[in-house]
Ligand binder design. Sequence first.
Ligand SMILES: NC(=O)c1ccc[n+]([C@@H]2O[C@H](COP(=O)([O-])OP(=O)(O)OC[C@H]3O[C@@H](n4cnc5c(N)ncnc54)[C@H](O)[C@@H]3O)[C@@H](O)[C@H]2O)c1
Length: 259
Amino acid sequence: MNLLAGKIAVVTGAGSGIGKSIALHYVSEGATVVVADVNAGAAQSVVEELRSLAPASMAIQVDVTSKESCQALYHTVVERFGRVDIAGNNAGVSSMNRIVDLTEEEWDFNMSVNAKGVFLCTQAVLPYMMQQGEGCIINTASMAGMRGTPLLAHYAASKWAVIGFTKSAALEVAEHGIRVNCVCPGYVKTSMQEREVVWEAKLRGLQPEEVFAEYIRQTPLKRIQTADDVAHIYVFLASHLAEFVTGEAIDVTGGANLV
Ligand SMILES: NC(=O)c1ccc[n+]([C@@H]2O[C@H](COP(=O)([O-])OP(=O)(O)OC[C@H]3O[C@@H](n4cnc5c(N)ncnc54)[C@H](O)[C@@H]3O)[C@@H](O)[C@H]2O)c1
């Protein structure tokens, strides 16, 4: 398939995990991808992988918590490619703690990357998409943005914010031909999950392997989720197949969100 032929896409947090998989799938569907990440080295190595399929793809270092950095990202993209069709606001962080022990720093860190980062990247790309009269914005929320999640209250709050922002933005910019949706993954095998399994095990007095096994037990489709599972929904939402879909929070959890 060539669902994204000729499209210019920016994916934040594309230096690893889910974002990297989105970048690879976008390129194999014909898009040129800007791999945007705070980790410049990781972003560059993803671009090396993309080069054979999409020679124009490039890496840009961005810190999504900085307004200047987000504005500079889209300024550079539009200067280089003349337009931007797809903005994937995927960069995110997590930490785990009980609310009684949670520090203000942890709260601020999660809120500023996950929630404020989506706001700043959306604000930076909108003027270009409004001028074009079309565009597609996709945010990575989480299963934790659809239900309560112990040990992750601060992270869950940041992801509920992403869903609220997505739905509000969709209504605000629909008249400009811009669609805004978000994707809500479950237990995805990435470096974020590797860190979380260790934290959760420590907080609950378990072994990391037991926590990992519990993730699969809590997933009705009975396997751990992959980054590709999420990237497939990102492809669908960015494509013409989703041209009448906006303001949605799509659950891609193998049913874990229902348990
Ligand atoms: N892994 C899961 O189980 C899971 C589940 C639900 C939602 N998510 C969400 O998916 C997204 C991707 O997570 P992942 O699992 O691939 O994690 P990851 O840690 O593998 O990747 C996150 C990427 O974001 C980048 N990043 C962090 N802070 C940044 C900043 N300030 N500016 C720009 N880039 C920054 C990191 O360098 C990294 O490359 C996140 O929004 C996360 O909250 C993950």
